[in-house]
Every structure is written in C-alpha cells, then in structure tokens.
Design a binder for this molecule. Structure first.
Ligand SMILES: [Zn+2]
Ligand SMILES: [Zn+2]
Length: 246
C-alpha cells in the first residue's frame, strides 16, 4: 500500500474504530494495542513458574528443587510436541479478547494478542534455533464461514517479529467442535486430521501457533503430522492455556 492509501485507510479505520478502549469504553486506546487500554490489558493472569515443562500448564503446589516438573497428563501420556508455552490463563479480558477475535470477527484485538505471543516467544525460545512457523489450520469449510484463520493471522504477526517464515499445513477432516469433549474424546476426534504438502526437507524445527491450548490434543496431532515429515522438534506457542491441571 502506498503512503497516501495507507493514510486514507488509517482515516477510515479511525472513523470505524474510534480510539477508545473496547472493554471499558472510556479510556483512550490505540490500534497497536488492539484498542485495549493499559488498565484493561492488566486483566489477565500470566502463566509463571511452576508450570509443566512439556505442555506449559500452570501448576500449583511446591515444586521447589524440581528442575522440570511435569503435569500428570504429560507423565502418563506425553504429547507429540516437545514443549508448549502460553502467555496467560484462559480467564479475564485476554481470554475474552481471544473469543471475540475468533468468533465475533473483532480482528482488531490481534495487535494485543500478537504482542503477548511475541513476548512469550522471546521469553522461552531463541528465534535463531527455529526454521519455520506453522499455524494450526482450520478446515476450508470453517475457514470460509469465519473468513479467516485466527491462528494464521497470529502466526504472521509472530513471523514478522521473529523473522521466521510461515508454512501452512492442511486440515483434511472437518472435525466436530472439541469444546464439549474430554481429552480422550478429543484425541480420537482429531486423529489424522492434518496433512502436509511440499514440506521442505530442511525444516527440522517448527513453532506451532494457536490461539488457545486446552487439552493439547490438537497441537499434539499437528506435531505428530510434522514429525512424520521429518521435523525433529516442535515448540507450541499459544496466547492462552486453559488446562485442567490447576
Ligand atoms: Zn479499558
Ligand atoms: Zn503437561
């Protein structure tokens, strides 16, 4: 977009989205913050130690002296990905923003959510170690209904910041919504749902991006698919983690 067009675009966006916080409606907030003011952005619970070394779920209790604590789920049935880290628990304004972003076309929230994802990436990984970013795909039918894949948009924001290319994979099975299912049902539901086309052989270390992790079944299945293509390590990054091991 040339500069004139870009200014015109900003003008109309300003008209459509006046610079006011979309949560409290009374404080100034701007596009680069996803139109969420500083105070409303604080309504989130950041995941911090102790968390599961593998899936990143927030743990409670005393894990002092344990270098790599594991949740019961990862001890019993480890996922196919190597590590997952999320920025915040699935509560508060940050989770509301994820839901609005995903289900109500409120895509302006992505600037805030993208920043949280970048912050988490910078905390837990070194971009120089990673070859590619892979968004969790939607089935084409669901993508058409929604008009976009929120994970892909977040992956592209992260890609711009870390300077790592994005490679899409495909969802070949239109799985029923996972929300009402338990972990075993989710694993069965999502099995063999993903496929890869023309995967470059030198992509050995992949960062998988999604908006929310719940049981980890979807990201695990994506990791399984990537590892079948020769990927050696998979690191999952999500904005929220709503794990049940609290
Ligand atoms: Zn506010
Ligand atoms: Zn775990």
């Amino acid at each position: 977009m040339n500069e004139k067009l870009s200014r015109l675009y900003e003008y109309f966006m300003g008209f459509l989205f006046p610079n006011v916080c979309k949560f409290c409606n009374n404080t100034a907030a701007y596009r680069e913050e996803g139109y969420v003011c500083e105070k409303c952005r604080q309504d989130r619970t950041k995941i911090d130690v102790p968390f599961c070394y593998v899936c990143g779920v927030q743990l409670t209790g005393n894990f002092e002296g344990i270098e790599r604590p594991l949740c019961p789920q990862c001890r019993e049935m480890p996922p196919y990905f190597d590590w997952a880290r999320a920025n915040s628990l699935s509560v508060g304004n940050v989770y509301q923003a994820v839901l609005y972003y995903k289900y109500s076309h409120k895509i302006w929230f992505e600037h805030w959510l993208g920043k949280l994802l970048i912050e988490t990436a910078q905390t837990y990984l070194d971009p120089a170690d990673w070859d590619v970013i892979v968004p969790v795909p939607l089935h084409p039918k669901r993508r058409r209904e929604r008009g976009y894949n929120q994970s892909e948009r977040l992956a592209r924001i992260l890609s711009g910041s870390l300077n790592i290319p994005v490679k899409e994979i495909f969802r070949i099975v239109n799985t029923p919504a996972q929300a009402s299912l338990n972990r075993e049902e989710r694993i069965k539901n999502i099995k063999d749902a993903f496929a890869v086309k023309d995967w470059p052989g030198d992509y050995k270390r992949a960062i998988v991006v999604d908006d929310v992790m719940t049981t980890g079944a979807t990201c695990s299945e994506v990791a399984k698919c990537l590892k079948a293509c020769g990927v050696e390590n998979v690191f999952v990054l999500t904005v929220c983690h709503g794990g049940s091991n609290l």
